[in-house]
Design a protein around this ligand. Structure first.
Ligand code: XMP
Length: 586
């Protein structure tokens, strides 16, 4: 439990589903503070909650080793709502029955209400619900009544009102279930008798008070990145402690987007931060990366150098002395161990553990005011603090910066044409099942997501499909050029990224996507040796993502502007979802 939040009223038990955090966020949106806990949390620990929600998950309840809950929860008297896997688990642990359905049910279905129940009070009949399951409850446990079904699911909702135990096969937490909010609200307020206690904006004064307690007269040091989380956390400390007691440092790696360092300086100047330091490490990073082409080596070099630079700052500024503590913009999902994030580490290396920082964490000399907030809630708190929308609504940007968007090649390679299109021998990272892939891309001549999905399923030699959208010369005249990460290529990428960013901001397209990486690949003719890949995606948390198409006229104008940049030969559009591609190419 975080020291910056109220006592949680609702526990969401994580059985490995992709929507677990979404359930907790929805509950919080209804004004009730909820936290995510491991599914097997002992019932004794859950007795302090007003209610427990068991999440969905990909496993089958009858398979050995599948996630479960402490069965004592079901005799403890705490109200329980099982969603998807959760309803199946309740049935399985009591005396109901769960079996594999004749066919799966994925996508929207119509929910027919067949009896009255507190959970569906005020809910309209025959409304759409979102289903995603193969297993299904075939017999409700004794004491339960069934009150809803769909065309393929006989037990879509059930309850034992006397024991306050409820289950739904569909997902009330997703937008595709329009009555879902009402259902969750009934569970919270009519069944669990929760009180409203959560509003990220009105938490700000309590958090500032808590910062004063935790810091206990000491000063706070921050590494800031210009991202939303570290800036909001810094601002909270600045407001709580005053500008004499908060110091920030920003490392300019030279791998940032156009105007980034100036933007960050501007934000901190406008906050009235007296003590804010920019460490110019551009040459060190560029020197360390010279001649490196392999993505994981790039990541390691950047990670290690970042650690070195941070250590030097910590030591030379005496920030490890006892009168300092470390501030961090850690947010709620980072504080919870989840299968999803630990898995991502195997696909790509993320570096963020500096020895000095670890020492401060171990000594509990750390202040993390946002550790109970979700990203949307951080933005809300930021609005309350008066931070500009320009900062709060920024897309995420990866720590290693443009280095992992500037692809390099150790040698020249020819492009190869086959039945499906042109194979571009530039390798990028992908994720299939749980494992990393590192393969070539295939260029096709249409912007067709269905074709892209089919081709990545069918072909073993590529993990990414791009559509060719504009070019100075035909693909037959292009090849992959031997290339490295150097200042001219970074400048070219920075220019392309800046064109794309300003046009998508001006057109409003920026708001329709979650992130929009622009990638430079060493594909071109003898004169213009690079090409640009546009990678606009939609996502909830970056774990999975959909490639998104932009309006044709905007794309046309963007291509025209990009092809006017010296050194750029063609513009491609990444059509690959995640999986099988990752969001970044490296
Ligand atoms: P991938 O490429 O793994 O990206 O699909 C998922 C999300 O993570 C971001 N990303 C990073 N963020 N340090 C970061 O802080 C990193 O090393 C890093 N690598 C990827 C990526 O931009 C996307 O939002």
């Amino acid at each position: 439990m975080s020291q910056y939040s109220p006592n949680p009223q609702i526990a969401v038990l994580d059985t490995g589903g992709q929507y677990t955090h979404l359930i907790a966020r929805k509950v919080r949106e209804l004004g009730v503070y909820a936290e995510v806990l491991a599914s097997e949390t002992p019932a004794a620990e859950l007795s302090r909650f007003h209610g427990v929600i068991i999440s969905g998950g990909p496993a089958s309840v009858y398979e050995a080793g599948s996630p479960t809950i402490d069965p004592a929860l079901l005799t403890s008297g705490v109200p329980v709502l099982g969603i998807c896997y959760g309803i199946q688990l309740i049935s399985h642990l009591l005396d109901g029955n769960v079996a594999k359905g004749d066919r799966g049910e994925y996508g929207v279905a119509t929910l027919e209400l067949t009896a009255a129940d507190t959970l569906i009070e005020g809910v309209l009949n025959n409304r759409q619900v979102w289903m995603s399951h193969r297993d299904t409850v075939t017999a409700a446990p004794s004491g339960f009544h069934v009150f809803a079904r769909t065309g393929t699911c006989a037990v879509a909702a059930m309850s034992n009102p006397e024991k306050k135990q409820y289950g739904v096969q569909f997902h009330p937490e997703v937008v595709h279930t329009p009555e879902g909010t009402k259902i969750l609200s009934n569970f919270l307020f009519k069944i669990c008798c929760c009180q409203k206690d959560w509003n990220p904006r009105s938490r700000v004064p309590a958090i500032e008070e808590r910062i004063r307690e935790v810091t206990a007269g000491r000063k706070v040091f921050f590494f800031v990145s210009g991202g939303v989380d570290s800036t909001v956390a810094y601002t909270l400390c600045l407001k709580a402690l005053g500008d004499d007691r908060v110091h920030g440092a920003y490392v300019d790696t030279g791998l940032m987007r156009d105007g980034e360092t100036e933007f960050v300086q501007g934000i901190f100047a406008s906050l009235g931060a007296k003590s804010f330091h920019v460490e110019d490490a551009r040459t060190r990073f560029l020197d360390a990366l010279a001649g490196v082409t392999e993505p994981e080596r790039k990541r390691h070099i950047i990670g290690e150098l970042f650690v070195e630079v941070q250590e030097t700052i910590l030591q030379s500024g005496h920030y490890l002395d006892v009168d300092w503590i470390l501030g961090q913009g850690t947010i709620y999902p980072d504080t919870i161990e989840s299968g999803g994030t630990s898995k991502a580490d195997l696909i790509k290396t993320h570096h963020n553990r500096v020895a000095g920082i670890q020492k401060l964490i171990d000594a509990k000399r750390i202040v993390e005011p946002l550790s109970s907030f979700y990203k949307d809630e951080v933005r809300e708190a930021g609005r309350e603090l008066g931070l500009p929308a320009e900062l709060l609504d920024r897309h995420p940007f990866p720590g290693p910066g443009l280095a992992i968007r500037c692809l390099c090649s150790e040698a020249d390679f020819e492009l190869k044409q086959d039945y499906d299109g042109w194979v571009l021998p530039v390798h990028s990272v992908g994720v299939q099942g749980d494992s990393r892939s590192y393969r070539a891309a295939l260029a096709i001549d249409t912007l067709d997501h269905a074709a892209a999905t089919r081709l990545t399923n069918e072909r073993l030699d590529v993990n990414r499909i791009v559509g060719l959208t504009a070019a100075r010369v035909p693909l037959a005249s292009m090849k992959v050029h031997r290339s490295e990460l150097n200042a001219p290529r970074l400048a070219r990428l920075r220019k392309a990224d800046s064109i794309v960013r300003s046009m998508s901001l001006a057109s409003g397209f920026e708001k329709q996507v979650w992130q929009f990486p622009v990638v430079l690949i060493p594909v071109g003719d003898a004169v213009n040796q690079d090409s640009v890949v546009l990678r606009p995606i939609d996502s909830v948390d970056g774990m999975t993502a959909q490639s998104v198409l932009m309006p044709p006229e905007l794309l046309r104008q963007m291509c025209e502007a990009l092809l006017a940049v010296d050194g750029i030969c063609a513009v491609f559009y990444d059509l690959t979802h995640k999986p099988p591609g990752t969001i970044e190419w490296e």
